[in-house]
Ligand binder design. Structure first.
Ligand code: HEC
Length: 149
């Protein structure tokens, strides 16, 4: 290898080290599984926000997304078992230290997704906006204490 190539290879390595996620090698991959479950949630949640912000509410499409969110909302929680606070987790230790509060935030989120689905069925955009905002707040309210980044 020429000397000129060495700095390039090093900076590539640093880039990979900074960007690359640690693999979840545990049986059943609980961390990876719950992260994927949250990614599946945001994939159906985000388009609803875009639709409302851009003032192009489509009742049928919105209802499909709200139903999809309702179907996916239960997936992450079973994968927060004891002893599952390890890399590459983005959870804070508080998830396990104050599980009562964590479960409370989860239940608030579940209730908010019920309300969003109900609002989506009314096709009343003002009601939908309020219900959407409540779900959004429930994501934030949980992430603040319980998610690191
Ligand atoms: C009751 C708590 C709670 C609620 C409610 C919640 N989250 Fe999270 N979320 C977490 C925690 C904890 C993590 C970190 C999981 C891990 O890495 O161990 C997380 C991770 C994520 C991630 C990162 C996944 C990854 O690895 O890249 C996304 C995206 C996400 N949540 C989106 C949402 C959205 C959108 C909502 C609301 C519609 C939501 N979450 C509601 C607790 C919550």
């Amino acid at each position: 290898m020429s000397h000129r190539a060495i700095p390039l290879v090093c900076s590539l390595f640093l880039l990979l080290a900074a960007c690359g996620e640690v693999e979840d090698t545990r049986p059943g991959q609980p961390v990876k599984t719950r992260q994927q479950a949250f990614k599946d949630i945001i994939k159906v949640f985000e388009p609803m926000g875009v639709m409302l912000r851009e003032k192009r509410y489509e009742p049928e499409k919105f209802l499909r997304l709200a139903s999809a969110l309702h179907e996916k909302r239960d997936a992450p929680w079973a994968h927060f078992g004891p002893d599952t606070n390890y890399p590459p987790t983005k959870s804070t230790p508080l998830v396990w230290e104050d599980s009562a509060r964590f479960n409370q935030e989860r239940d608030t989120f579940l209730a908010a997704t019920d309300a969003l689905l109900a609002a989506a069925k009314t096709q009343d955009e003002a009601k939908i906006q309020v219900a959407y905002d409540a779900v959004h707040a429930s994501c934030q309210d949980c992430h603040k204490p319980f998610k690191t980044r």
